[in-house]
Design a protein around this ligand. Structure first.
Ligand code: NOJ
Length: 745
């Protein structure tokens, strides 16, 4: 082939990836087991009824975006609503369902969705915190419990898991995902989909999941929510797409468009994304819904003149459900008359939506999720709440400990200080579905009281507000600290400082919390800092001065009890960070799997990649987290020094608990492909094991690696491995340099 031909084909392939070919109607919807029933039903439907199925309205039980239409009851009765969000409880859902089933000509049940992100009534730690457990069973079970509670309250569908890779902690939504790593993020995506959907969607305790936000919503420029995303094709494929794909492979039923654009085309009108990639290449057979008012926003993006144009673009890109924009319901009929959209395309979407309704069992019994007795029985049971406590303590990451923690329960007095020490509303973080924010959560102060009873004198002082510059409360707090044997100082962000539309340009402790920490630590060196926050914070100063720091995120309904378990040694912390903590905002984006560059930092060579005012290293790296005990890794070995693509490589290491407490360690394995046709990261996570060891105990761990683990998008964007030298690193964080090597032939 002549070079010029090759270049043309290459460019055409790239264009195809990014712009997509215009053949939406050629893509087949995958047949459902209910194919006959669905087709029969579609054949009876008028065009208006079909378009009605594509329309999603918001109820009024919760507000998660601008209110566009309030007349939803009338619209349901008129057959103009197929799905709804923000409406729940068995009683309320039954009423809405009745409107659809009894008042419309064909009685098609409504599909009710809600943002059940980290629990429904029983709230677990925020997803970022939960990911720090590195416990896939726990993560799956938390999703399953959420599904059980939500399904008992009339909800059929959650807009979760959010699997957006996030490497910029200024972005407020880092709290909602599983951190920075595509490999770990993919495992967690699968666990969450499995937890929500279970093995059988038709059971009344499982719900439809929704992978979001497709794609690359976690990469807004400068970390500002909703901002433009601009990624290379390689970064998109290597870093951002894998977790969405993992969710699709796990059988996720629905996918949500991201607000952002990819390569200049908003995801909501991106034909390549939906038809070529998800449906075409990945075999996604569920339905696609937009994010809230995302069709309307195509106008502001500047790719549509008006809502009519925007609706045509979205439906022809492969979108099935219009969340709240009111574009499909108001404009698709005209677009079909004008020949800009085919009725066949509408039928495809209707098929996909009805398929979900059939699979959920809604045509057998539309009220199967609206049982008030079951609602009472399953919501916030003792076991669920107990599990939330477990999840809360497993999510804690011990960032620093100069032999201060755990505190003994035999102390005489303790001071509990800080703006987050006794605020119920902050314990459960943002995106808390139907979780009770103001009465049920256990605060840290309450958890400590529950733990210590009345034999220990507990003094509480707020010290300062979370975002205040007043020092009025300092004196009382310092006084309390001076009088106490030990001090707990709870600092961080309040719950509203992270989540959607909550980006920050500075991610320090807000207000004068650092000054409060200075004053308290000066008054009493037996101080442990408890952090509550929805993102990595720049806490270099705290790290410099504090004897101990425990990251607890927002630990959930049982937060205070869970944290008290850790503080007083009833539980030995084992959480490990799934996102890097920078030293300052200037280091952002900072993540462990960076490239080596042509001039990696060398202290004796000026012209190498560095800052002159801060080290390149983060404050706390990905995978990092301390324990009350210590672990030692020894005898790292590979069973073969040369392998072929068909081989499985066994990597062995001996792990010993060398400290004075029983505890769990997350042993991590990273690889490095030393020479490739394209540059490769200095480390990539490819395995982990969470191992509990009694003090003094030893265990041999074996990791298995196959060709898939060495594969990547090569120079020509085909996926596979390349022969050559590899390094393998094993240890307790991504900073480990304990290594071995092998050759792939
Ligand atoms: C907007 C958010 O981006 C999305 O994650 C959420 O599911 C919808 N609002 C619905 O609340």
């Amino acid at each position: 082939m002549k070079r010029i031909d090759f270049a043309i084909i290459f460019m055409a392939t790239i264009m195809y990836f990014f712009t997509g070919c215009q053949d939406a109607n050629k893509k087949k919807t995958v047949k459902s087991g209910y194919d006959k029933e669905i087709r029969e039903l579609i054949s009876k439907m008028t065009l208006d009824e079909k378009i009605g199925q594509l329309n999603m309205l918001s109820g009024d039980w919760s507000v998660t975006g601008p209110v566009v239409r309030t007349d939803f009851k009338e619209d349901i009765k008129a057959g103009k609503v197929g799905t709804m969000l923000n409406a729940y409880t068995a009683k309320h859902a039954r009423k809405l369902m009745q409107l659809s089933v009894d008042s419309t000509r064909l009685g098609i049940p409504l599909l009710l969705g809600y943002d059940v992100i980290h629990g429904h009534r029983t709230i677990f730690p925020i997803p970022l915190g939960e990911s720090c457990t590195w416990d896939l069973d726990l993560i799956e079970k938390a999703a399953q419990i959420a599904a059980e509670e939500a399904s008992a309250e009339g909800i059929h569908w959650t807009f979760a898991p959010m699997v957006d890779i996030a490497r910029d902690p200024r972005w407020g939504r880092v709290m909602e995902g599983a951190g920075e790593d595509p490999w770990l993020g993919s495992q967690i995506a699968k666990a969450r989909v499995n937890g929500f959907q279970g093995e059988d969607l038709s059971l009344n305790n499982t719900i439809l999941a929704c992978v979001k936000h497709v794609a690359a919503y976690g990469a807004p420029i400068a970390g500002r929510d909703y901002n433009t995303v601009d990624l290379s094709e390689r970064t998109l494929f290597e870093t951002y797409l894998p977790p969405y794909r993992a969710a699709v492979e796990a059988g996720v039923g629905t996918a949500m468009t991201a607000f952002n654009e990819i390569n200049g085309i908003p995801c909501t009108s991106n034909h390549w994304l939906w038809e070529d990639l998800l449906r075409g290449q990945w075999g996604f057979d569920g339905f696609v819904l937009t994010d809230y008012t995302a069709i309307l926003e195509l106008i502001k993006h500047g790719v549509a003149n008006d809502l009519y144009d925007a609706s045509v673009l979205a439906i022809n890109a492969g979108v099935d459900v219009d969340m709240v924009s009111q574009g499909f319901i108001n404009h698709l009929k005209k677009a079909i008359e004008n020949g800009e959209v085919s009725e066949e395309r509408i039928n495809q979407s209707v098929y996909r939506i009805l398929k979900a309704k059939f699979e959920l069992g809604l045509f057998d019994d539309p009220y199967r999720y609206c049982d008030t007795v079951r609602e009472k029985d399953v919501v916030m049971t003792k076991e669920k709440v107990e599990f939330a406590r477990k999840a809360g303590r497993d999510a804690c990451v011990l960032l620093k400990n100069n032999n201060v923690l755990p505190f003994s329960k035999n102390i005489k007095s303790i001071a509990v200080i800080g703006p987050l020490a006794d605020t119920k509303e902050d314990m459960i973080g943002a995106w808390t579905a139907a979780g009770d924010r103001y009465t049920r959560p256990v605060t840290l102060l309450e958890g400590i009281k529950n733990k210590l009873g009345t034999s220990v004198k507990i003094r509480y002082a707020k010290g300062t507000d979370y975002n205040s510059w007043s020092k009025d409360g300092f004196r009382e707090a310092v006084k309390a600290a001076k009088k106490a044997d030990v001090v707990i100082l709870a600092l961080g962000e309040n719950w509203q400082m992270s989540s959607e539309a909550q980006s920050r340009s500075m991610i320090d402790l807000p207000g004068n919390q650092n000054e409060l920490a200075d004053a308290i630590i000066k008054a009493n060196m037996n101080t442990a800092i408890i952090l509550m926050n929805g993102r990595p914070l720049t806490i270099q100063h705290l790290d410099d001065i504090a004897p101990a720091i425990l990251e607890t995120w927002y630990a959930g309904t049982e937060g205070g009890n869970a944290i008290a378990d850790v503080i007083f040694g009833d539980y030995n912390p084992s959480g490990k960070l799934t996102i890097t903590f920078p030293r300052n905002v200037g280091q952002i984006p900072i993540f462990y799997s960076h490239k080596n560059t042509g001039r990696p930092f060398n202290p004796s060579d000026h012209y190498t990649s560095k800052y002159i005012d801060v080290p390149n290293s983060p404050l706390y790296p990905f995978g990092y987290g301390l324990s009350y005990t210590t672990f030692q890794y020894e005898q790292l070995s590979v069973d073969k020094t040369e392998i072929s693509k068909q081989d499985t490589l066994r990597v062995n290491v001996v792990l010993t608990n060398t400290g004075n407490y029983d505890g769990a360690e997350v042993a991590q394995l990273y690889i490095r492909d030393l020479v490739g046709s394209v540059t490769r990261p200095v480390k990539e996570l490819r395995g982990f094991q969470k191992i509990f060891l009694k003090k003094g105990a030893t265990k041999k761990l074996t990791f298995l690696l196959t060709d898939k683990d060495f594969s990547f998008y090569r120079k020509n964007m085909t996926y596979g491995s390349e022969p050559g030298h590899f390094e393998i690193f094993v240890g307790g964080s991504s900073a480990t340099m304990y290594k071995s090597s092998f050759i792939l032939k």
